[in-house]
Ligand binder design. Structure first.
Ligand SMILES: Cc1ncc(C[n+]2csc(CCOP(=O)(O)OP(=O)(O)O)c2C)c(N)n1
Ligand SMILES: [Mg+2]
Length: 331
């Protein structure tokens, strides 16, 4: 039987609210993208994390701005949650030179080093060894920084995951491997790829301790991550945390593909009843006694911020020919 931990701590009101507002910002930003996308104004492919916001928010809010985080092509959530600038986010997706990667990376290559989001990549598992190297640097520099490698369930299918984990465990690096298990790598489910489906146990034979948590309750994610960060910062062993969640939109693009055969209808129904934003929204009403009007005001203020960011992106220039080979590391 799998260990599936569901800690539900009570949180301070301010933290609770921050987690909610962060998740709402991710959801509203991505919903805006689904509205813009059919216009073709955004040419970058987009991999939405709608349905997975609790993982992004809980993981990032448990980190200090000086802690480093590495992600994948599905990183809108962690970019926003780690505190990335929304104007630079939209400008990047519009391919503009004011974007966070100067318009050359698009949605799959977000970065906000000023708040600790160091790099994201389209190549599955490719940021795991980079994060591990960064943790080695942190250890050598004794800077008290914790590094997080954030990846999907598909990344543990790659050999480099094991090589990185082996090194991290051997050197006792200050790193946390966070696996966001949304059940699928594109259309292929975990159980079609592995006999052992408890991914948090993948590093066990190398000496990596792992734990699996409910990834749709942000309190669970936040509390478990906070605990892991404390342990690792205090000089503990590297850890792996697996968060169980569900992708509600298609693998890539702005649509829903609920009718597609790869989705188990029962699992989908369960996931639709387990929307992380609804869970925390209900808690806002029931536990914090926040009324509908106040919740709507939060949404309104975020929508205003999104409007401004979209306007900024549209008004920004594309990179000129003089920038063709600038910031490009491969030839
Ligand atoms: C090394 C490599 N192999 C294959 C691909 C093609 N590919 C793109 S996304 C993806 C699935 C990855 O799934 P997962 O890690 O679970 O992330 P999710 O999309 O579910 O967030 C694959 C195989 C790739 N980008 N890189
Ligand atoms: Mg996946």
């Amino acid at each position: 039987m799998s260990t599936y931990i569901n800690v539900l701590p009570s949180l301070e009101r301010e933290t609770y609210l921050r987690l909610y507002q962060c998740m709402l910002k991710i959801r509203l930003t991505e919903e805006r993208l689904t509205e813009i996308y059919p216009s073709d104004e955004i040419q970058s492919p987009i991999h939405l994390c709608i349905g997975q916001e609790a993982v992004s928010a809980g993981v990032c809010l448990a980190l200090e701005p000086t802690d480093h985080l590495y992600g994948t092509y599905r990183s809108h959530g962690i970019y926003i949650a780690k505190g990335g600038d929304l104007k630079k986010f939209f400008a990047e997706l519009y391919g503009k030179e004011t974007g966070c990667s100067r318009g050359k990376g698009g949605s799959m290559h977000l970065a906000a080093p000023e708040v600790g989001l160091m790099a994201c990549s389209a190549i599955v598992a490719s940021t795991i060894p980079v994060a591990t190297g960064d943790a080695l640097a942190s250890q050598m520099q004794k800077n008290n920084r914790v590094v997080v490698a954030f990846f999907g369930d598909g990344a543990v299918d790659e050999g480099v995951f094991f090589e990185s984990v082996n090194f991290a465990v051997l050197k006792k690096l200050p790193i946390i491997y966070v696996c966001e298990n949304n059940h699928y790598a594109i259309h292929s489910k975990v159980s079609d790829r592995h006999k052992q489906t408890e991914l948090y146990r993948f590093g066990e034979s190398l000496g990596l301790s792992g734990f699996r948590f409910d990834g749709n309750n942000v309190r669970t994610v936040y509390a478990s991550m906070l605990d892991a960060v404390r342990q690792v910062r205090a000089g503990g062993e590297p850890l792996m945390l697996e968060y169980m969640t569900y992708r509600l939109y298609e693998h890539v693009g702005p649509g829903r593909d609920h009718h597609e055969a790869y989705r188990d209808p029962m699992k989908l129904r369960q996931a639709l009843h387990n929307d992380p934003l609804e869970i925390i929204g209900n808690e806002m009403r029931a536990v914090l006694n926040i009324d509908e009007l106040t919740l709507e005001q939060y949404a309104k203020s975020i929508r205003r911020e999104i409007d401004e960011a979209v306007e900024f992106a549209k008004a920004s220039p594309f990179p000129g020919p003089d920038q063709l080979v600038e910031d490009v590391y491969a030839t």
